[in-house]
Design a protein around this ligand. Structure first.
Ligand code: ADP
Length: 459
């Protein structure tokens, strides 16, 4: 199978991109801040002047009126003061009182109550007109004016300062963001490097080994390490399985080959009895291979999930009775004592395989001095359903009890006949796991063994 290799692209691309984005964001924010400051400073700088102008013109408006067609100005009317000049105009806009400031060149039409800026630069004025009605029809215009504060130099200075400092500021921002991104991405670099080493060296032993933490990278690294661990274990198991399987298959094949070669060479001289024995041996070994291949196939399918277990609730007692009756009909030495109504989640086909393997072992590893007897029991505790297969066979020594669950392990190969593969119990164990349960074993050498399947009960 061809595996696409990951191209080793620019290792720093993401960090650089983060630095560029952050710097661009800062540049944008700085420009916005500058515009905001300029607007604010304009409002602050002119706000007081505008307020004073309004206040003066309004208080002057209280002190002026037309009486008998003539202008009457009360004491306290301020024509000039605080830089504010107030002029009084007639209804038809001719100057009645006050003196136009020297610099004011404007010829501004009257507009009631609105402050306008008249003129440019240093000669610009804020102008506020107020119509002061007097009597039914008459009245006067009051025009207040004051020099507008010139904030242009300040604005120009601020822009100049910004133009000079902004690039330095942005450079620092870019370096800072790159540095931060590099620090933040350091664990990712480690993850990358480990994955790359594993990929290139094809050695699954590498681990990232980040210190435990709650942040995203620590968790990612922990997940990766877990994954590498599992991969390594399954890879090792696969390797072991392949080498064991080929070894196991090679033995019967070489026996068959040897027997064939012998028959070819000396077949003519053999007695019919010897010939029959030779053929029987070939037959036995062929049977052994068939059995081994069938077991391997079942196992591989189960591992790959193609023989997907459909876990359905079933009555363990009733099913066990049926399965035993189907697979071992007419066997007085095999007794079943099954409690009914113990429901578990299981797959009938796989349960059948599990029970068959245990019963066959019970008979296979029997003692020579007593007739073999196997009992199958189904019972339950408060939480678990129990299926026990008990025999009166040779028993299993303490030191073998752990090992017999591993593939191809046979405690006593001298006893095994053509049917022994060392795969049965490992398959039993796998099936128990698949059903969410586990196996236990009690045994006494020379007395017998009891294998028990524990399954969670379904209510
Ligand atoms: P196989 O029976 O094909 O050798 P198993 O995986 O079923 O493979 O069993 C592994 C080993 O465990 C057997 O070779 C045997 O030595 C031992 N064993 C299994 N079942 C029993 C039993 N009921 N009594 C005694 N020994 C047993």
């Amino acid at each position: 199978m061809k595996v696409a290799r990951v191209k080793s692209g620019k290792a720093n691309a993401v960090k650089k991109r983060i630095a560029v984005w952050l710097t661009a964001l800062m540049a944008l924010l700085s420009v916005l801040l500058l515009v905001y400051i300029l607007i604010i400073s304009d409002t602050v700088a002119t706000g007081t002047t505008r307020e004073q102008l309004t206040r003066t013109v309004r208080s002057n408006a209280q002190l002026v009126s037309i009486e008998n067609g003539r202008l009457a100005v009360d004491d306290g009317f301020r024509y000039a003061g605080n830089g504010i000049t107030t002029l009084v105009y007639s209804r038809n806009e001719s100057l009645l009182a006050g003196q136009v400031p020297v610099g004011y060149m404007g010829d501004e039409p009257f507009r009631d109550g609105i402050i306008r800026t008249v003129g440019e630069g240093e000669d610009s004025y804020f102008v506020l007109d107020l119509w002061v009605p007097s009597g039914w029809e008459d009245g006067v215009w009051l025009r207040g004016m004051t020099e507008a504060p010139d904030i242009r130099p300040v604005t120009v200075n601020m822009i100049l300062i910004t133009l000079v400092t902004l690039p330095i500021f942005l450079l620092l921002a870019a370096l800072g963001s790159y540095h931060i991104a590099r620090r933040a991405f350091r664990p990712l670099d480690r993850i990358n490097a480990t994955a790359e080493t594993i990929n290139e060296a094809r050695d699954l032993k590498g681990r990232i080994g980040l210190p435990a933490g709650k942040d995203e990278f620590s968790r990612l690294a922990a997940h990766f390490d877990e994954m590498f661990e599992r991969l390594e274990r399954s890879f090792e198991a696969e390797k072991q399985f392949t080498s064991d399987a080929s070894h196991e298959l090679r033995t019967p094949v070489s026996i068959i080959k040897g027997a064939c070669e012998y028959a070819e060479k000396y077949g003519e001289e053999d007695s019919p009895e010897e010939r029959r024995e030779n053929i029987e041996m070939i037959h036995r070994q062929a049977n052994r291979m068939t059995h081994l291949i069938t077991q391997l196939l079942h196992m591989t399918r189960m591992e790959q999930g193609t023989e997907g277990a459909a876990l359905l609730p079933l009555d363990l007692g009733a099913e066990t009775e049926d399965l035993v009756a189907e697979q071992f009909p007419d066997m007085p030495s095999l007794t079943v004592s099954a409690e009914q109504g113990v429901t578990v989640a299981a797959d009938r086909e796989l349960l059948g395989r599990l029970v068959r393997n245990l019963i066959e072992n019970g008979f296979k590893y029997c003692r020579e001095d007593v007739p073999a007897a196997v009992t199958v029991t189904v019972s339950h505790t408060e939480t678990e359903a129990l299926l026990t297969v008990r025999d009166n066979g040779i028993g299993i020594p303490e030191e073998e009890r752990e090992k017999i669950w591993t593939r191809f392990y046979r405690a006593d190969p001298s006893r095994t006949n053509g049917e022994s593969t060392g795969l049965g119990l490992s398959m039993v164990d796998r099936i128990a796991c698949l059903f969410g349960g586990y196996m236990t074993l009690e045994s006494e050498v020379g007395q017998g063994s009891a294998f028990t399947l524990h399954l969670p009960m379904v209510r």
